[in-house]
Design a protein around this ligand. Structure first.
Ligand code: GLP
Length: 250
């Protein structure tokens, strides 16, 4: 049984409604703070969400010029120019369509040799910007957030991780002409939890088990996203198909 009073949960009818609601929150936060430090995610779920933000930019002249971005993760090793990289994904699906300034974009480099230094620098840069104001998250079918796979420490910071079999299976569908990397650099769970506000979006029946385990039962390292229930300002926005297995007490 899920006690909805523990966290904010918005269940909307269609997938489109999820992206609209999430984009609305982002735009409100940017209105309140035009130089918002915005944590970004990648994945199939994020594409239509970025489309909504692009819509606000194109139709309503919404201004992203002072927004600073930090992406959650990147494959390792990979070149930022590779069509399989998250850097490329962001360029294609969001950055090139809005007026975000190149110098305000922060990314973990997937082709650095000194990945430990890269990860430390990333943590330092986030701190120097005053921390992440708003982090948008998707969720893996195994409950991962960023690339924090099951059993990641809740105290983890930005670091290199080994990808799980489940993630490799899911994500290699979208990979081409290159061997799938076995590792990634990712913000840690503590890095994510330090964000002032978090929204997690999930659509499609495929995510219903991960969401059910995230929102009910024990908070456990086995389901990394479950720790989000301890965050003071988190909102889960999901479509009705994801929510179909949830037993809610309101
Ligand atoms: C990747 C990303 C996650 C994302 C997850 C789900 O593994 N590292 O940040 O949430 O995929 O992606 P999708 O929306 O494609 O299911």
């Amino acid at each position: 049984m899920i006690n909805k009073s523990d966290f904010k949960l918005l269940i909307v009818k269609t997938e489109k409604d999820v992206f609209k609601e999430a984009a609305k929150i982002v735009c409100n936060e940017i209105k309140k703070k035009p130089n918002l430090v915005f944590g970004l995610a990648t994945g199939k779920t994020m594409k239509p969400f970025y489309k909504e933000l692009i819509y606000h930019y194109k139709k309503h002249h919404f201004d992203f010029s002072r927004v600073k971005t930090f992406n959650l993760d990147e494959y390792y090793p990979i070149s930022g120019k590779s069509r399989n990289s998250f850097r490329y994904f962001m360029e294609k699906n969001f950055f090139r369509h809005v007026n975000i300034k190149e110098e305000n974009i922060h990314f973990l480099s997937g082709n650095t040799k000194d990945y430990e230094k890269e990860c430390k620098n990333y943590e330092r840069m986030i701190k120097e910007e005053g921390g992440i104001d708003l982090q948008v998250l998707g969720i893996g079918v195994n409950g991962h957030i960023g690339f924090n796979e099951p059993n990641s420490s809740f105290q983890s910071l930005t670091r290199m991780v080994k990808l799980s079999k489940s993630t490799i299976k899911q994500n290699s569908k979208y990979f081409f002409n290159e061997n799938f990397p076995k590792y990634a650099l990712t913000m840690g769970i503590k890095t994510i939890m330090n964000s002032k506000k978090i929204i997690l979006i999930a659509v499609g029946k495929k995510k219903s088990v991960a969401i059910k385990k995230t929102l009910s039962g024990k908070i456990s390292r086995k389901i990394p996203a479950s720790i989000l229930r301890r965050h003071k300002n988190v909102e889960f926005i999901i479509s009705s198909d994801v929510a179909s297995d949830l037993k809610l007490s309101i």
